[in-house]
Design a protein around this ligand. Structure first.
Ligand code: ADP
Ligand code: MG
Ligand code: MG
Ligand code: MG
Length: 395
């Protein structure tokens, strides 16, 4: 079968021809109910409900879903399916179960998270139970454990590089939208609100800032510490109480671990700017994130390691671990800052600002995010502890 964009009835026909998937749904195709829930920028997502079970079906479109005149290669679905299969064994229960991939339709079928809600929506509605960030810290540490240069022989990284280096279309989005566009005049940037124009002009003319952004570009494009999720914002996480799952790994690429950490924290920090009275809650989440990430990584590294471990006894191994973590911390600060800036002035902004009740509050929230973001970008490389990051956020 050749590629075609599936609607609900096309998907029903296709599923009816897949015995394993039909069996999970139960009964006859006519008894399945299908609803589209796409809310991301790129792809179509359908949830299919049958008398026995449910499925989630995600199809890549040949263009950006929210910008049909922006073409986008279909292969991102292949990389997402590879990512799920690569990380799932190391992170049991932390992602939806991968069920099938159709290479002609660029379609992924996975476990349907029926009771779950997207973390960003849960935060906005003030429904997220504390503790989700510790799970995300664990998730990143485990994916580093399975794919990272410090944990695995270099051949593992070489194979992953081969499997993911072709994901250039989505890496291009990252390079443009996160690492370039907010700092230049560009058609993709939306017109800023009047009160923010001066701040945007300042971003475009600050040479010192541009040098720091350039250093982070270099980190992102040349450091291959582990397989990254690549788009780990609060819209790529779903939760049901304490059951937390990571979705949407289509940006997967080998890169610096601090990129995933920074995107995640950057989205919590954006929420903080929009909803400052939640400072204690968000500070606790950020601390719990770093605590679980660093504890889990330290413990896995003290037990086993990649090639450099062959050279080190326990004491120098401790030094290597701390040096590695400090490097991740500095990258985390920088990428966190970049995420705060781009989600405030760039192409794909965040719904969190919608919580502000007046236009004035919204402007203040955005200005705050730009100020914190730029400071993190410029000063990130000289930070020494996680509390330095929190201090720069006013926490
Ligand atoms: P995109 O790549 O277009 O951003 P996502 O993978 O983020 O697509 O999915 C878009 C939306 O579909 C999510 O925000 C969520 O609401 C829903 N969704 C995605 N995966 C699942 C799943 N496994 N179970 C239930 N809903 C899901
Ligand atoms: Mg998404
Ligand atoms: Mg629920
Ligand atoms: Mg996506």
């Amino acid at each position: 079968m050749t590629y075609r964009i599936l609607d609900a009835s096309g998907l029903r026909d296709w599923l009816a021809q897949q015995p394993d998937l039909s069996e999970r749904l139960g009964s006859e195709a006519a008894d399945w109910s299908i609803r589209e829930v796409s809310d991301g920028n790129l792809n179509t997502v359908f949830l299919v409900d049958g008398p026995v079970g449910a499925l989630c079906c995600k199809q890549a479109l040949p263009h950006v879903r929210v910008a049909p005149d922006w073409p986008m290669p279909l292969e991102r679905a292949l990389y997402e399916s590879r990512y799920m299969q690569t990380v799932a064994p190391a992170a049991p229960g932390l992602m939806p179960e991968f069920l099938a991939y159709d290479a002609d339709l660029f379609l992924i079928v996975m476990e349907c998270l029926t009771a779950h809600e997207v973390l960003r929506s849960a935060l906005i509605a003030d429904r997220a139970l504390p503790g989700f960030s510790a799970v995300i810290g664990t998730y990143i540490a485990r994916s580093v454990q399975a794919t990272g240069w410090v944990n695995q022989p270099f051949e593992t990284g070489a194979r992953l590089l081969e499997q993911f280096s072709g994901n250039t279309a989505l890496t291009r989005i990252t390079v443009d939208l996160i690492l370039t566009d907010p700092y230049r005049v560009c058609d993709r940037n939306p017109e800023p609100e009047a009160g923010l124009r001066e701040d945007v002009t300042a971003l475009q003319n600050d040479q010192n800032l541009h040098q720091a952004v350039g250093r982070l570009q270099e980190r992102f494009l040349t450091v291959r510490q582990a397989l990254l999720h690549g788009d780990l914002h609060t819209g790529s996480i779903m939760l049901d109480g304490s059951d937390v799952r990571v979705i949407d790994g289509e940006f997967a690429t080998m890169g610096p671990v601090g990129f995933d950490c920074g995107l995640y924290l950057g989205n919590l920090a954006l929420h903080l700017c929009a909803v400052p009275h939640k400072a204690t809650f968000l500070r606790d989440e950020m601390l719990a994130f770093w605590q679980s990430f660093s504890t889990e990584l330290r413990s896995s590294l003290s037990k086993e390691g990649g090639d450099q471990w062959a050279l080190s006894g326990p004491a120098s191994r401790q030094d290597l671990i701390e040096t590695f973590l400090n490097g991740i911390l500095r990258d985390t600060a920088g990428f966190c800052g970049l995420e705060m800036v781009r989600r405030t002035v760039g192409f794909a902004q965040v719904a969190d600002y919608g919580v502000c009740s007046t236009e004035k509050d919204r402007l203040l929230a955005r200005q705050k995010a730009l100020q914190i973001g730029q400071t993190l970008v410029v000063q990130g490389a000289s930070l020494r502890s996680f509390s330095d990051i929190l201090s720069l956020m006013g926490l």
